[in-house]
Design a protein around this ligand. Sequence first.
Ligand SMILES: Nc1ncnc2c1ncn2[C@@H]1O[C@H](COP(=O)(O)OP(=O)(O)OP(=O)(O)O)[C@@H](O)[C@H]1O
Length: 425
Amino acid sequence: MANTQASVLVNKVKPHKDSWKVHVKLLYSWTQNTSYGGETLECGLADQTLLVVNVVRGPTSYEDIKPFNGVLYPEYKDACFARWLLDEDQEYIDNIVRRSFESFGSDLRHVFVLILYNTLSVPETSWEITLQILSEDIEHNRRIYFNRPKLLLSDEEKMKFSLQEIEKHLRQNGTSLANFTFMPQLPPADDTDSNFLILDERSYDRQALVETLDRGVQKMTDEQRKFFDEILDAVNEERGGMFLVYGFGGTGKTLLWKLISAAIRSKGDIVLNVASSGIASLLLQGGMNAHSRFDIPLSPDEFSSCTMASGSDQANLVKEASLIIWDETPMMSKHCFEALDRSMYDIMGKHRTKPFGGKVVVFGGDFRQVLPVIHGAGRAKIVLAALNSSYLWEHCKFFKLTKNMQLLSGDLTPEEAQELKEFSE
Ligand SMILES: Nc1ncnc2c1ncn2[C@@H]1O[C@H](COP(=O)(O)OP(=O)(O)OP(=O)(O)O)[C@@H](O)[C@H]1O
């Protein structure tokens, strides 16, 4: 019976040749510490089967190796470490940790590559344990390389760039990570890695954003919360869509932009905050004038497109963005939105049936404030130039904010509140 169970284990671990290293180590340790009829054992398949059974009694899968001394280890490799069956790897890990006090990350990665060749029993575990040390200088190096002193990298990005460095060392020695199949592999080459615009948009302090979000979500009104959830759902489900958040001054549109942006940016994704005027864009974190951000022509007509070229850094940034928030939209000519819509078809290369190439775009503003300014135009011409006269309008979903949060803040005297109420309504 025991032999049958053991052969199940051997069959399960056999598919990858490196798996044998673990099991050979199990054998080695067992034969060192325990006599087996006083004989030195050869590691033939039958013996391995027998010996694995003796180190961990009656195993039928990796799961059976995980419990040890009353602790259930998450990975069989952790259990092997706990049993001191992989103590050699621990020595190498300790060595890297010791060196980290006096060596740069680049030197440590070089050491890691040297021991990766033949010495490590379970390279991926040693990699996981030492990753933080091996990638310690990655952010600093990229800040210097890109001349971006405030660049922040996520843990995944640090890992990706560390793997790239490891790959460089390996290639210099005529091999590649692809030959170490148990190690994490390099993600496919990505031209966003060197796009400054994307790097900048991903460099927000995510912890600070999470705190902002936690505080803000608690104080949102029901209607703000409803719009917040709907817009984030559209982003998370990649449904695309065009929304208009409409509300007079003080109803909390800017707060809504801030919290939606925080929710998306705190996950390392990109939100492009733009406004129709440079002044209005100053209220938005990372805000820019829409003309500059999308290269919209200064006097667009019904045939215009944005001048950003498909494949450029700017176009790749727009493609990579999860959401576009465009504030103070009523004051802009509909041709500006239509120009972006046409360009997005080219940039996204899909969703010809959806506006903006399937990207989620949220507009905000108050149509009772300034409408497009057209020299010498009458009322009809101005109304015809506004967003609600565009072919895009039929795709638009409306959200109306009704509560003037500024009035409810309690910071105003009754006279100030009355004056503000009359002005905003
Ligand atoms: N849910 C809320 N709880 C408490 N204060 C809020 C809330 N929503 C908004 N506020 C506050 O109300 C004030 C006005 O909000 P905000 O600037 O976001 O409005 P707005 O619609 O963007 O106005 P405007 O169109 O004039 O720019 C701000 O001080 C904001 O912090």
